[in-house]
Design a protein around this ligand. Sequence first.
Ligand code: GLU
Length: 474
Amino acid sequence: MTPRKNHAVSFSRSVDSMVDQALAVLKLDPGLAQAIKGCTAVLKVLFPVEIKGKIHVFTGWRALHSIHRLPAKGGIRYAPSVDQDDIEALAALMTYKCAIMDVPFGGSKGGLCIDPLKFERDDLERITRRFTRELVTRGFLSPAMNVSAPDLGTGQREMAWMADTYKHLNPEDINAIACVTGKPVHLGGVQGRLEATGRGLQYALREFFRYPEDVAATGMDGPMEGKRVVIQGLGNVGYHAAKFLSEEDGMKIIAVIERDGALINEKGLPVEALYQHLNQTGGVRNFPDARYVADGPSVLETACDILIPAALERVIHKDNAPRIRAKLVAEAANGPVTFEADRILKKRKIIVLPDTFLNAGGVVVSYFEWVRNLSHIRFGRMERRFEELRGHSIIRAIEEATSRKLPQKLCQQIVHGAGELDLVRSGLDDTMCQAFQKIKEVKERYQDKHTYRTASYIIAIEKIARAYLDAGIY
Ligand code: GLU
C-alpha cells in the first residue's frame, strides 16, 4: 500500500482545513472555533513489557478531542506507523462523526506504536493489558468518560482483554464492560457490531442511490446493481462492505487492492473466496481467475463507478488525485483523501461521500452496544415473543375476516418477532438514512456550492457549538 507520511500536510492539518471550510460558512466566533477544533487533552504513555527475556518499550496515546458530550468515544489502533498527530486527527474525526450521526458522544482515539503481526497472542495480551492499565489509571478509559473500540490492528479479542483489565481495576463498577465496545457477543458485545461499518456503508449507498439527482451528479445512473467497484483493503470494513455490496446489491467488485498487490477481474471478484485466500496465505497473490498487479496503489486509478478506500488514511493525495477515474469516492477508511486531493477531486467533479458519514456504522452500533451494556439486557428480550404472538393474532383476524389463508411467506414475516440483530440493523439503517437526508438538505441549502463533506462538517460544528454555548463557557 502507499507508504505513509510522504505527503507534506499533516493528517490533523488536513482535517482542520476541511473543517475550516464549514467554519467559513458558519462564521463562528474564532475562539469557539479554536476550542472546537483542538484536542482537549492528549495522554502519551511509555511502558516496558518483558517478552521472552527481552524488555520492549512501547509508546501509546489516547487523545481526547471533545467532551461536549460524554463519554468520549473512539477506537484504539495498533500500527507501527502511528503517531500523535494521527491520533489527534482521528480523535477529531470521531467528534464530528458522532455529531453528524446523532450519537451522543464526544470524540477520542487511541493508538499503540506496534506491529501486531510480529507478536504472539500471549505477548499481545500482556501488552494490551499493560496499555489498558496505563489508560485506566489516568482516567482515559471508563464507561462514563472515555469508551474505546476496535480500529486498525485491534478487534474483539483486544476489546475483551481491555474490558477484563478494567473490571479487575474497578470490581465495583456495575457498568464495567461498557468501557469498551466491539466486544465478543458472549462477553457483552452486541449482535451486528462486527459487520457494522461495512453494513452501514451498504445502507448509506442504498440511501444515496434512492436520489436520482445525486446519482446523476456523479455521472452514474440507475440502480446499484452492476456498478463497478474498486476497493482498497479487505480488512473488517472492506470485507463486509465488498461482501454485502456484491452478494446483496449486485455490485461488481472489479478490483481489490491489498498490502501485497491488487487483483483485477472485470467480471467481478468472488469476495468470500478471496477473503479466505487472504486469511490463509496472508496476501492476494496467486488467487485464481484474476489478474495480479504488484503495484497495488496504481490500481486506485482504475476507471470505475465507485472507489472505496477502506484501509489507511491519506491514500488519495495531491499526486494521484488528478489520475483517479472513479465517479464516486466512498470513504470507508478514516481520512483516506487529503485536503489537497479533496480540492482536486472537487474540481474534477468527482463526488466524495465523506468518512464522517460513510464509515460511521461502527460507532453507531457501538452506541447501541454501550446502551445495551448500561441496561444489562439484550435488545428484543422483552418484546420478541410478545410480537410473535401479536403476529399470530393478526393473521388469525385477517384469515377469519377474509375466509382466506395468507401465503406462508407472508405469515412468517408477520409472526417474526425482532431479535437483537434485526433491531441493530434496523437502527443502523435508520441512522444512516437520516444522516444522509440531513447532509443532503444542508448541502442543498447552500445551493450545492459545497460538497457532502462540508455539509457534514456544517452539521457537526453547529451541534457542537450549540452544546458549548448552551452549557456555558467560563
Ligand atoms: N474505530 C471505529 C471508527 O473509527 C469505531 C469507533 C467506535 O466504535 O467507537 O469509527
